[in-house]
Design a protein around this ligand. Structure first.
Ligand SMILES: NC(=O)C1=CN([C@@H]2O[C@H](COP(=O)(O)OP(=O)(O)OC[C@H]3O[C@@H](n4cnc5c(N)ncnc54)[C@H](O)[C@@H]3O)[C@@H](O)[C@H]2O)[C@@H](O)CC1
Ligand SMILES: [K+]
Length: 475
């Protein structure tokens, strides 16, 4: 939910507005469950779960309402919950702060609203929530829980010893697995747009940036590319450093070692093969050594940038995929070979429009209108597909996300190479689908941050990729 909330905020629907809708939904449910003469106790925690009930209080003028805040107002942990407390202080009687749980006593209400803890619970119920939960459970009143009964884990359903026994629950946006089998759950629509879930946004970056999925520290990128082209592998390696990789290697033919090494001190450029054969392209006899190096260092490979389509290179790329069992981004000239090869490797494919069609996907400009076909292709191939277009479509064969970050200027050559490098860096610390989603967003956001019309150059993205990764500057 944190990702969705943050993405909703980036789409112009801030959490404060979502809380207003949540509180209103709680108030509506209270009115359904009570008569006008009934008394209602709103028991509020210090987070946004409590905030929901503080909003609900404003919509319950036609009920006898007592609001309890478990703790001093200055201990409220979020500014939107505190703002709602302060609003209540201005307009409402019947509000009490319960600094010490021993001072907590319900005065025999007809309904208790449990707004102590929701999805923000961590660990066993602490005081005063634990004592108050017992008091609520001992009371005769029926109980309406906000979002989840306090003490219940929204995902697993695991209930703490003193968790609140709720007769009714109002939860928000979607049913949480942990309360799926509760007998009376109302799922309230709080106005989160579908786009907040479908579109990759700064919320996804934040979760990844917060070490959302620990897969070890920043890794090493091993670009296998070059041959007819020299810029592509250098762009992929440079972009992976910008996205946090510790080291970026470029394995390339002897013939293009000088120009690629000449681009940047940051790249470690290694000519493959003994050079004796002086091949100016990747050939099969170089593959075992490349596989060995990549696997020995647990490198994330980028296979493809600038490889060219020499028949020996295609044979070599096929052989690499057959022998490699690590993680790789497959881009550009190596993509067409993937359907032909049985591989144990974990791959993220990053086709542009023609490469997607060549892989058997839809040959369309508007990928967003063909997500099912792309999803099915990913399922057939057994790998994550990041299909590039005006809107990228990312799918692992089951989940589908879209990303519209980017600028028209990104049609310039090289942005696909930087994308491959960014995804490779993220694969060192995230699952393939997540790395592809965030990679798509970061590469596009980096272009937006350059704020160029036409005239964008892929090399410039390396400056703004780090800013995009900080989730910086999102509206
Ligand atoms: N999209 C959404 O999911 C929305 C969620 N909202 C509400 O926001 C809630 C989540 O709010 P928060 O993230 O602030 O978290 P909570 O309000 O669920 O809990 C955090 C508060 O409880 C305390 N706490 C945590 N674990 C505790 C424990 N074991 N014993 C005692 N105290 C404990 C924390 O110190 C903090 O004060 C949701 O459950 C929902 O009610 C709505 O306001 C807006 C939209
Ligand atoms: K609750």
């Amino acid at each position: 939910m944190a990702t969705v909330d943050h993405n909703a905020a980036a789409l112009g629907i801030p959490l404060r507005v979502l809380m207003e809708s949540s509180g209103n939904a709680v108030a509506r449910r209270v009115q359904e469950l009570t008569d006008p003469a009934d008394s209602v106790a709103l028991v509020c925690g210090r987070g946004n779960n409590g905030g929901d009930a503080l909003v609900a209080a404003r919509f319950l003028d036609d009920r006898e309402v007592t609001v309890y805040l478990l703790g001093r107002p200055e201990s409220i942990t979020t500014d939107i919950a505190r703002a709602n407390w302060e609003a209540l202080e201005q307009v409402e009687s019947g509000i009490r702060t319960v600094a010490d749980s021993r001072a907590f006593a319900l005065d025999d209400p007809d309904l208790v609203v449990d707004a102590m803890l929701g999805t923000g619970i961590t660990g066993d119920l602490r005081e005063p929530e634990a004592s108050v939960a017992r008091a609520i459970n001992d009371a005769a009143a029926s109980v309406l829980a906000v979002d989840v009964p306090s003490g219940v884990d929204a995902d697993s359903g695991a209930a703490e010893a003193d968790s609140v026994g709720a007769d009714h629950v109002v939860t928000f946006h979607d049913l949480k697995p942990g309360i799926a089998d509760h007998p009376d759950v109302t799922v309230a629509d709080i106005g989160i747009p579908a786009a907040a879930e479908e579109l990759v946004g700064p919320g996804d970056v934040e979760v990844l940036g917060a070490g959302g999925s620990q897969k070890g520290e920043s890794g090493r990128t091993y670009v296998i590319g070059g041959g007819p082209y020299t810029g592509a592998p250098a762009l992929a390696g440079g972009a992976s450093l910008s996205a946090g990789a510790d080291l970026a290697f470029v394995a390339c033919p002897e013939s293009v070692f000088d120009p690629i090494a000449g681009y940047s001190e940051d790249l470690i450029v290694q000519p493959y093969g003994d050079g004796a054969d002086g091949a100016d392209h990747l050939t099969p006899e170089q593959v075992p050594d490349l596989v060995d190096v990549a696997e020995r260092h647990d490198d994330v490979v980028v296979l493809g940038p600038g490889l060219g389509r020499h028949p020996e290179t295609e044979a070599a790329a096929r052989q690499f995929l057959a022998e490699f069992s690590g993680t790789a981004v497959v881009d550009a000239d190596a993509l067409a070979l993937v359907p032909e090869v049985e591989t144990d490797a974990t791959l993220v494919l990053t086709p542009n429009r023609s490469e997607l069609a060549e892989l058997g996907g839809p040959d369309v400009d508007d990928l967003a209108a063909h997500t099912d076909e792309i999803r099915d292709l990913a399922a057939d191939l057994g790998h994550t597909v990041l299909a590039k277009g005006p809107h990228d479509v990312i799918t692992d064969g089951e989940r589908v996300r879209r990303c519209r970050a980017g600028t028209p200027g990104m049609t310039v050559g090289g942005t696909g190479d930087t994308l491959a490098g960014v995804v490779a860096a993220l694969l060192a610390r995230a699952e393939p689908f997540e790395a592809a989603c965030v990679g798509s967003y970061v590469n596009g956001r980096a272009a937006e941050l350059l704020d160029r019309g036409a005239g964008l150059r892929a090399t410039e993205l390396q400056e703004t990729i780090p800013v995009a990764l900080q989730g910086g500057d999102d509206e």
